[in-house]
Structure formats: structure tokens, C-alpha cells
Write a protein that binds this ligand. Sequence first.
Ligand SMILES: Nc1ncnc2c1ncn2[C@@H]1O[C@H](COP(=O)(O)OP(=O)(O)OP(=O)(O)O)[C@@H](O)[C@H]1O
Ligand SMILES: [Mg+2]
Length: 369
Amino acid sequence: MAEAIELKNITKQYPGHGKHVVKDLNLDISRGEIVMLIGPSGCGKTTTLKMMNRLIEPTSGSIFVNGADVTTTDPTELRRSIGYVIQQVGLFPHLRVGENVSAVLRLLKWPKNRITQRVDEMLDLVGLDPSLYRDRFPKELSGGQKQRVGVARALAADPLILLMDEPFGAVDPITRSHLQAELLRLQREIQKTIVCVTHDIDEAVLLGDKIAVFGTSARIEQYAAPAELLSQPANEFVENFIGGSNSIRVLSLLPVTPDQLRPGRTVDAGSNTGQHGVLDEDAIALDNGRPAGWVFGSRGDREITTTETIPLATRPTYADALDLIMKTGEPGAIFTHADGAYAGILELGQVHAAIATTLEPAPMMDAAS
Ligand SMILES: Nc1ncnc2c1ncn2[C@@H]1O[C@H](COP(=O)(O)OP(=O)(O)OP(=O)(O)O)[C@@H](O)[C@H]1O
Ligand SMILES: [Mg+2]
């Protein structure tokens, strides 16, 4: 299946300005994922986002959306199929909330009763009571409420792709946490492909399935899942970027306790794993109850790898588990009891979930606040 968005050798140069704003950018965004773009001011994040829906035309290169080259699509059509939340919210000040949300639907000439219904549905979705907010003007809303209306508007026509440019940049930290939690909840419901610009690494870690760190001229310094980015920054530039992140610090404060370990799948190392019948999953080989290493059934590989294990007696933290997983590239970190016996594993997904949980704010008390 084609990727949701593919940027191929994209460059952008403004006439009369010598420097490339975007230089030879290649980026694939998979369907249903949240991809966070982060980088210093002026590095080309907004420009990149706007080229995805052709609000800005690239100087050269091609863009594919769901496998189709969009440089040949009618840009207006394209924009209607891609939701867009702009950097400064950008509600129409003279239009009521309901009219803002339905702007695209009216362009699409939806019947009136369907529009009314859809507006209420969208306001509900973003946690605004339609009867209270439908007829207000933007100036009668808080910053956070405006952001929600912006999201409701972008989602109204049910686009497959949602582009968001620092959607939570203009609100206070507490409201921002609530909106981030709302976005994650929403995404579980709607499963869109979301590309979101941020300047906050912790927001990127919390929301992103993947993070693209941009350097000058939208050069990709690293494009990876949050856990990998945090534990294996590709270079000094990325290291500096995540330097200020809470996430690593949080992980090193989280102890791994025996009850959190998963049993994993185990096989007896003494038996010849080659004749073990069908081993189609990865497993941990145990030698007299002690872990000997991994057997990669999924690769059809019957060799037992030698591996490092973490003794529970060393009071390990999630940071230790992440370090080991990243170093070995194995599916999880193996833990042992004091006598060397196998205790269980902590999988990469569990580390990732721990990062997300510790950064996630408490549930909202008042959905419309
Ligand atoms: N119309 C234009 N003409 C000339 N240069 C432009 C134009 N629009 C943007 N630029 C330049 O392109 C570069 C990238 O701008 P862009 O808005 O993409 O940055 P950004 O990464 O989104 O920054 P920020 O984090 O501050 O929003 C900047 O150096 C900017 O000055
Ligand atoms: Mg920008």
C-alpha cells in the first residue's frame, strides 16, 4: 500500500532569495500515523507542511498523496481532502463558531441540514457543547477553545490527512496538556494521518508515532520513533534538541519491578531448536532456567544469540531497559533474578507506553474549559 504522503527530492527557493528554504527533502509518512516535525525557527517546517497541500508550490521535486502525484491534482480539490490547522488558529473573526466549522462544507455544497448536524457532531468531538458554542464569535472564546474550533473545522469534511502547524503553540501549558490529551483521544477514534509541527520536544515525544528533526533548509537530521530518538540521537544537533527533554529524565526515575515484566515466549535451549517444530515467533532460550539468548523464529533463524541481561537486583529503571534494547536491537530487555534465573522481559512498546503515560496530563475535569 502506498504511503499517505511521500515527498521526493523536494526543494523550495523563493525568487530573489538565494538560499534554499527546503533542500532536497525526502520524507515518507505512513497511513494512520502521527508524524511530528520539529526544528529551529525558520528551518522550513511551515513551508514543508504547506507544500503537502500545495498552499506553497515546490520549486522542484514531487509529492504523492495516497500514491497519486498531487502536482497534477487541482489544488483546491486537494486542499479540501486535507484538513489544515494553521499556526495562529486563523478562525474567521466575523463568522460564528458554527460557520467557521462548516466553511469547507459550504464550499462543498453540502445540504443545509447535513451541515447543521455535522457542525454539532464536530463540536462534540472536540469537547465543546454545541448549544453553548455554536453561535459564539471567535473573540468570545478562550485560546484553547479557539484551537478546538480550528481542529473541528479541519476535520469537518472528514479528510484522510490532517496537517497541524503548532496547533497548541498559543495556549498556556495547562490548556496545552489538555488539548494534547484530547488529540490523542481523538486520534484513537478517527485514525487519521496527522502531520504536526511543534517546537516542543516533549510534545513531539508524547504525540508522535514518529518524529522528524529538521535542521537548516529542512534537512532531516533524524526521523525515528520517539523512544529511538531519545535513546539514540543520530548526531549532536539532535542531542542538543532533546537535551531539554523531560522524557529521558522521567524514564531514569521509573523503576522496573518484577510485576511489570512480561513472561515472554521461552524455549528450552537444551533441545535442538532446529527440530523444535515450527517456531514462528521470537523466543528466549532458557538453559536450566537461565536465559541463554534470543531465538529469532520470525526471521526463520534458529541460532541462539548471546545477549546481555539485566539483574533485577541492580534496581534497574526503564532507562536501563531502553538502553539495552537500543544497543542490542532485540525485541525486549531480559531480566534475571538474583540467582540468575529468568524473570521476564520488558518490551520496547512498554517503554514507549511509559514515556507517553508519564507525559500525559490527568484527564480533564471540564471538557469545555
Ligand atoms: N514568501 C517568502 N519569501 C521569502 N522567504 C520566505 C517566504 N516565506 C518564508 N520564507 C523563509 O523561509 C524560511 C522557512 O520559513 P518557515 O515558515 O517554513 O519556517 P518554520 O520552520 O515554520 O519557522 P517557525 O518555527 O518560526 O514557524 C524562513 O527563513 C523564512 O524567512
Ligand atoms: Mg512555522
